[in-house]
Design a protein around this ligand. Structure first.
Ligand code: SF4
Length: 493
């Protein structure tokens, strides 16, 4: 028996489908937290009181039988030609049925059409006459009050949305126009599972919207490539083609077949230097010159919620729960401060933040524009009394990522990446190696345990690990910053 997720994997890559099929199901840890039973909340919006509620493992006949007597069906399971689907809501409408897909995001787009069309194909195969098609989704402009209002939390739409969040094509017509017979695909999937695992072929499916989680095992040789291999040329569409032609190093890149970005330029020059380092000394010096003491290095950790858990939050808003600060004084002295809380401590966090960050000097964050500045603006909007002080922090904030993402500095050991961890790994410092938490999302998952269960056995250990991880981010920034200072002050060769 297949599910729609299997069809999606197969159409992305036959090898992916086979590999995933052979693996044991792993625990699913969503990036975005969804504590509520979203189907039940949506049921309130739809005014469902009595209904048939389907469950995992239900026979295909059970829902068909329920359709004879029930007005509403929730999570009903249907099967056709070995494909099993779950319909969030079915509502009887005269001699037919209305389908409500449930989308736990803000703007359902027609680019995930395969999911909707495959579901429709199974319903058609069961002879179900669908009169209307809707998508019920989270309302981007809903702001939670003291209690959650399911009626305002959701929007029922007859249309998909475009990339600007405006209604676009109609759900029903689009599905029916694109629905196709899946029998051939399902038969091919069957065959695939009985044949040898298909060989890996590099396509957009490997690194497109999200990098395939089998990428490293499929292209193991990439990990073994030298630091100055052309495969690390950032954003270069033809890098593999050039590699196959024997242009194996960054400096071998064919000028006619690169995009010509500043980063690529920095990479190619770096590969031609003795120590593999390129620095646009003037640009770097100008950036560093604007930084004044005391220099504060700031890092936040936060959790994102699909359904707003606290007043003032919208769907998919984030809740900052931790910050770490390292302060470098002009005389070489250093301070380190960490704030960590569970639950909703946004006010306390904001109050401590304005207290902990010196009133003068530059504040530095890594990816400041995409993260810390946004968090601070959100806090400023929430707490008008702290607004001025919070926005002043933003006024003084510089982004440590800038010298790297702008191609001002490139070291071949960066291997085409400029994450803080990657750059820190080049430093003569143990850095993140000894930490129990290794990734930002691990930190979020650990905090999630803590937040969901305050009596968790290893609470103290988790708190220490979270402090160490976030503390390492702010510390790592000091190390990278001092490295940039060293490059700036080293004699020009
Ligand atoms: S990395 Fe590419 S070839 Fe390998 S399984 Fe994923 S999509 Fe398929």
């Amino acid at each position: 028996m297949y599910h729609i997720s299997d069809c999606k994997k197969y159409s992305r890559c036959a090898r992916l489908f086979v590999l995933e099929n052979a693996q044991e199901k792993q625990e699913y840890r969503p990036y975005v937290r969804l504590d509520e039973e979203i189907t039940l909340l949506a049921a309130e919006k739809l005014g469902v009181t009595h209904c048939f509620k389907g469950e995992r493992g239900d026979s295909a006949e059970k829902a068909l039988e329920a359709m004879k007597s029930e007005e509403w069906l929730l999570k009903a399971r249907f099967e056709y030609r070995n494909l099993r689907v779950k319909i969030p809501f079915l509502h009887q409408n005269g001699d037919g049925w209305d389908v409500y897909f449930l989308f736990a995001g803000l703007y359902p787009r027609a680019d995930d059409l395969q999911f909707y069309c495959n579901t429709a194909w199974v319903l058609a195969g069961n002879g179900i006459n669908v009169k209307n098609w809707y998508v019920i989704h989270l309302n981007a402009s809903y702001v939670r009050g003291e209690t959650l209002d399911p009626n305002a939390l959701f929007v029922i739409s007859r249309n998909f949305y475009n990339s600007k969040g405006n209604p676009s094509v109609p759900v029903g017509e689009t599905i029916l126009r694109n629905m196709r017979d899946l029998s051939g695909d399902l038969a091919a999937m069957d065959r695939c599972l009985h044949e040898e695992i298909p060989a890996p072929v590099r396509t957009n499916a490997c690194t497109g919207r999200t990098k395939c989680r089998h990428y490293n095992e499929c292209f193991e040789e990439e990990k073994r490539q030298d630091d100055n291999s052309i495969v690390h040329l950032i954003g270069a569409q033809h890098r593999y083609a050039m590699m196959r032609e024997g242009r194996t190093r960054l400096r071998d890149a064919d000028p006619a077949r690169i995009e010509g970005s500043r980063q690529q330029f920095a990479q190619i020059i770096a590969d031609g230097t003795e120590n593999g380092l390129f620095a646009d000394r003037m640009a770097l010096h100008a950036w560093l010159e604007d930084i004044t003491y005391p220099v504060t290095f700031l890092d936040f950790e936060w959790e994102r919620f699909a359904v707003p858990p606290y007043p003032g939050m919208k769907p998919y808003d984030v809740l900052p729960f931790e910050y770490s600060i390292d302060i470098l004084h002009e005389n070489g002295e250093r301070d380190h401060k960490v704030f960590l809380s569970v639950g909703d401590d946004r006010l306390e966090l904001a109050e401590n933040l304005v207290k902990d960050i010196p009133r003068v000097g530059t504040v530095i964050a890594y990816n400041a524009e995409g993260a810390e500045k946004i968090r601070i603006r959100e806090l400023a909007a929430l707490f008008p009394k702290l607004r001025e002080e919070l926005l002043d922090i933003n006024e003084r904030m510089e982004d440590l990522q800038l010298p790297f993402e702008s191609g001002t500095v490139y070291d071949v050991r960066m291997r085409g990446q400029w994450s803080l961890k990657m750059i820190m790994s080049m430093m003569d410092d143990p850095g993140y190696h000894d930490l129990d938490i290794q990734q930002g999302m691990d930190a979020v998952f650990q905090w999630r345990y803590l937040d969901l269960d305050g009596d968790i056995e290893n609470k103290e250990e988790i708190i220490e690990n979270l402090k160490a991880y976030c503390g390492m981010d702010s510390y790592a920034m000091t190390v990278v910053y001092e490295w940039l200072r060293k490059i700036d002050s080293s004699p020009v060769s």
